[in-house]
Structure formats: C-alpha cells, structure tokens
Design a binder for this molecule. Structure first.
Ligand SMILES: Nc1ncnc2c1ncn2[C@@H]1O[C@H](COP(=O)(O)OP(=O)(O)O)[C@@H](O)[C@H]1O
Ligand SMILES: [Mg+2]
Length: 327
C-alpha cells in the first residue's frame, strides 16, 4: 500500500433524481490525492465539479443518490459511514469544505471571531480562551489584522470574508481542504492576493487541497495537479505543467485556447463553441463529441474510458488512446 495516499475515489457515481429523470452529474469518476498535494478541478459551469465536492463529504442534497463507488480516506470508505460519524469525526477535523459562495454564509449577528471560536469549540475539547487565541492566530495567518477579529461580517470586504472562511476551514487542523470557487466572487486583484495566500498556507501547513474553479488560470496559479471535468466525467488529468504544455484531450485544449495569457501579448480568446450538455440526457458515446473538432463515428457511439497515456497523465479520448478501430 502506498502510505502517502490520503484520498482515493473509486468509480464514484452520483445522480440527482428529478421529475424529468436522473441528472448524471458525477458519472463514474476515479482519482486520488497524495498527502500535501494540491489538485485543481476545472471545467465549465454545469460539468459536475461542485457535485463531486459534495459527494466526497456526503453533503449532497436529498434528491442525490450514490449509485456506486468508494471515497477512501486513509483507506476507510467515507460513503459507508453514518452522517453522524462523519459530522463528529471527519468534517472539519479531517476534511474541511468551503462550499461555493460560502463567504455569504457568515451569520450577520455574530462577530467573525465568535463564529470561528464556535466552530472550534463544537469540534474540539479546548477552552474558550484557547479557541480565541487560535482564532486570532488563524486570522493573522490568512492576512487579517487581529484588531479586526471582533468585526461583524458586514464590516469585512469580500476578500476578507473569503480569507476568514479559509481561517474557519483550517480551525480544526484538517488534512484536506476542499475550496469550491473560492475567489470567483472577488475582483481580479483581490482574487490574485487571496489565491497567493491560499497557496502559501497550503504549502506551509502541508495540507492536501482540492481547489475547484471554472477558470483554468486559477487552478494554474495554485495547484500542482490539474483534473479536467466535462459533463460528469473526468476527461484528463496530469501535472499542471503538463496540462499547460501538452494537454491531449480536445476539451482541455479548447479550454486552454480560452485561457488568457498572463504574460506577453493579449491574445484573442477562442472559446469552444456551444455549451456543456444537459446531464438529464447527455449525448451517447463520448459526451464531448458534439463539440469536438476530431470526432469520428465511433465517438458518437462508444464512451471512451480514461486511460494512462504515460505515467501520471490520464486521458479519456478514443483518438488519443488509439481505439482498435483506428490503429
Ligand atoms: N439538487 C440538484 N438537483 C438536480 N440537478 C442538480 C442539483 N444540483 C446540481 N444539479 C445539476 O447537476 C449538474 C452539475 O452541477 P454542479 O455540480 O453544480 O456543476 P459545476 O459545479 O461544475 O458548475 C448541473 O447540470 C446541475 O444543474
Ligand atoms: Mg460549482
């Protein structure tokens, strides 16, 4: 067994039941995360990224159902644990999740410090004084002056609220933090500052991190590995460097084409034509085929499996993996 593996997701499938049928939001995905590793999950809006985050922690809404799969944390399957056990032993202490738009979740009638102290006291056997000291230290770490700790949420800017959310997520020393679109609501300059802080914290504390964003540039700035999701499937993953230098899946290449160059000349952005499919009735075969410049007949019929092209790089594409019909 590889001792450094923290999280291993195997064949996870989560659908939402609706009046019109099942929304196939997470459709048989597998991936793993090492201790201390940062993984970016990217893809257009509606491709299932937030659903993955919620499924990992069994935080899904009542119409969601897990059809198959395992979520192994240090080898133990979280999906087999009761909600009660997860709430008491896993959430905050082992895995913290900062859901999309979480910065609006602070309660307006309590100070920021009170809310973080409360989170610590709920999960750990420490005195109020210790929890208070830890809170001030955490706020300092995320770049908030301790003198602001007794402010109310409305006295904080968006960037400060997002930082305070990170402090709260770190308050019980988790091994893994999942941040869903942590900077999407912020303006570009604040976004860059907050991302830099998240990265520094993750490195200093040796945390594992899954950072979710529809914006590939956000992932590029913060994560060692990049995983690309399309229509409920993982279509490619590799080191971030490799994705940016040598992406293989036509969807990844398309996303990169829509990626503004951070340095050098301003390039005309070419986005991929069309939109991700409705996951009630995704296209048969490869779900990307209607938008794919390379699609062949086979792609319309047979869904590709994700396969390693070489060590550490996986792709789900018949054209890349050389389906027997094309050899
Ligand atoms: N509670 C729900 N019931 C039905 N469909 C849902 C529910 N939540 C999300 N969806 C659908 O699941 C798909 C994936 O959504 P989501 O995970 O939020 O994607 P992303 O985070 O990549 O934007 C979308 O088609 C979305 O409309
Ligand atoms: Mg989302």
């Amino acid at each position: 067994m590889n001792m450094t593996k923290l999280l291993e997701v195997k064949n996870l499938k989560m659908y939402y039941s609706t009046m019109k049928g099942d929304v196939k939001a997470v459709d048989d995905i597998s991936f793993s995360l090492e201790k201390g590793e940062s993984l970016g999950l990217a893809g257009e809006s509606g491709c299932g990224k937030s659903s993955v985050a919620l499924a990992l922690m069994k935080l899904y809404p009542s119409n969601a159902k897990i059809l198959s799969g395992e979520v192994l944390l240090d080898g133990v399957n979280l999906l087999e644990m009761s909600d009660e056990v997860i709430r008491q032993n896993i959430r905050w202490k082992r895995i913290s999740i900062v859901p999309q738009a979480a910065m609006n979740a602070f309660n307006p009638v309590f100070t920021i410090k009170e809310q973080i102290v409360e989170a610590i006291l709920t999960h750990e056997d420490v005195t109020e004084k210790e929890a208070g000291e830890r809170t001030v230290e955490l706020l300092r770490r995320v770049g908030i002056d301790p003198s602001r700790a007794s402010n109310y949420p409305h006295e904080f800017s968006g960037g400060m609220k997002q930082r305070a959310m990170m402090a709260m997520a770190l308050s019980c020393n988790p091994d893994l933090i999942i941040a869903d679109e942590p900077t999407t609501a912020l303006d570009v300059i604040v976004q860059a500052q907050v991302l830099k802080e998240i990265k520094t914290l993750q490195e200093e504390l040796g945390l594992s991190m899954i950072l979710i964003s529809h914006d590939l540039s956000v992932v590029a700035e913060t994560c060692e590995k990049t995983m690309i999701m399309y229509a409920g499937n993982i279509v490619e993953d590799a080191s971030t460097l490799e994705i940016f230098r040598a992406a293989l899946h036509p969807y990844s290449i398309g996303l990169l084409g829509a990626f503004p160059k951070l340095t050098g000349e301003r390039k005309r952005l070419e986005s991929i034509k069309g939109n991700p499919p409705n996951l009630l009735n995704p296209p048969p075969g490869c779900r990307f085929h209607p938008r794919c410049p390379n699609a062949k007949d086979l792609c319309e019929v047979i869904p590709p499996f994700i396969q390693e092209t070489h060590k550490g790089h996986r792709v789900a594409c018949h054209m890349v993996n050389k389906h027997p019909e094309y050899r």
